[in-house]
Design a binder for this molecule. Structure first.
Ligand SMILES: Nc1ncnc2c1ncn2[C@@H]1O[C@H](COP(=O)(O)OP(=O)(O)OP(=O)(O)O)[C@@H](O)[C@H]1O
Length: 255
């Protein structure tokens, strides 16, 4: 069943189209890797799909609802873990997650029960009531992940979710995403870490300059591109295979 339907999506800033006629359908129970170079339009797409940006051309349907008309209903059933989030740093994780859980209309007992358990599983139980202003990057990222998942959403949008996490936490989050997928959730995953995208995605969409330039399973992309890893497929498709040369020029320019 199609849970995300994107039809003729375009987005412009000051007359410059950063998304150019994107058409995509995604089925439930899949991990979708959404990748592209810096500035390709990944975060903009995610912000439109999650109802944060409402000024766009085309039609977006999420979980059977038109995002323009039903943004609030859609938001209740999706989770969004943004790239750069402003956590309310004067708050503790317990206070912050109570606030977020309240937005999702969870009752306080449920929020507190989930919060304590989820913090424990992320090794943050001893920080539950400590203000987040002195938290490390990875600790903040863990709280952010919990805040996007606490209402058990049907679709989870993640923008560079492993940022700052240590190796154990990365393995744990990858495993959580795979188990959420097996439970029927749809995961929309945007990242620059190619080997993770390669390993976890059922389908990979590559965008460049606001356009879809590749779409398929890793095996399909690999056979079409005649390349080994997703990293080499990515660099050949996005037209940047001159890294050694560019690095040399960079070092030269420093002199
Ligand atoms: N609020 C804005 N006003 C004007 N231009 C914007 C705005 N937000 C994004 N853009 C532009 O839209 C384009 C796409 O940006 P976007 O953040 O979606 O890229 P991205 O693929 O997520 O990049 P990155 O990998 O660097 O995070 C960029 O050229 C960016 O400068």
């Amino acid at each position: 069943m199609s849970v995300i339907h994107i039809s003729n999506l375009k987005k412009e800033y000051s007359g410059n189209y950063v998304l150019k006629n994107i058409n995509l359908n995604f089925d439930s129970g899949q991990i979708i890797g959404y990748i592209g170079p810096n500035g390709a339009g990944k975060s903009t797409t995610i912000k439109i799909l999650t109802g944060i940006i409402q000024d766009f051309e085309g039609d977006i349907n999420v979980l059977g609802m038109d995002i323009r008309k039903n943004a609030i209903d859609v938001k209740q059933r999706i989770g969004y873990i943004p790239e750069n989030a402003v956590l309310y740093e004067v708050l503790t994780p317990v206070e912050y997650l109570r606030f977020v859980g309240g937005l999702y209309q969870l009752n306080e007992a449920t929020i507190d029960r989930k919060t304590i358990e989820l913090l424990r599983l992320f090794d943050l139980h001893d920080k539950a009531n400590v203000r987040m202003n002195n938290f490390s990057k990875g600790m903040r990222q863990k709280v952010l992940l919990i805040s996007g998942l606490i209402h058990n959403p049907d679709i989870i949008f993640l923008d560079e979710p492993l940022s700052g996490l240590d190796a154990n936490a990365v393995i744990l989050v990858k495993e959580i995403l795979l188990q959420l997928k097996l439970a029927g959730k749809t995961i929309f995953y945007s990242s620059h870490i190619m080997d993770v995208v390669e390993k976890i995605s059922d389908r990979i969409v590559i965008i460049n300059k606001g356009e879809v330039i590749a779409d398929g399973s890793f095996e399909t992309l690999r056979s079409e591109a005649h390349k080994g890893s997703l990293e080499t497929i990515f660099t050949s498709l996005t037209g940047n295979e001159q890294h050694q040369l560019t690095a040399g020029e960079f070092v030269e320019a420093l002199k």
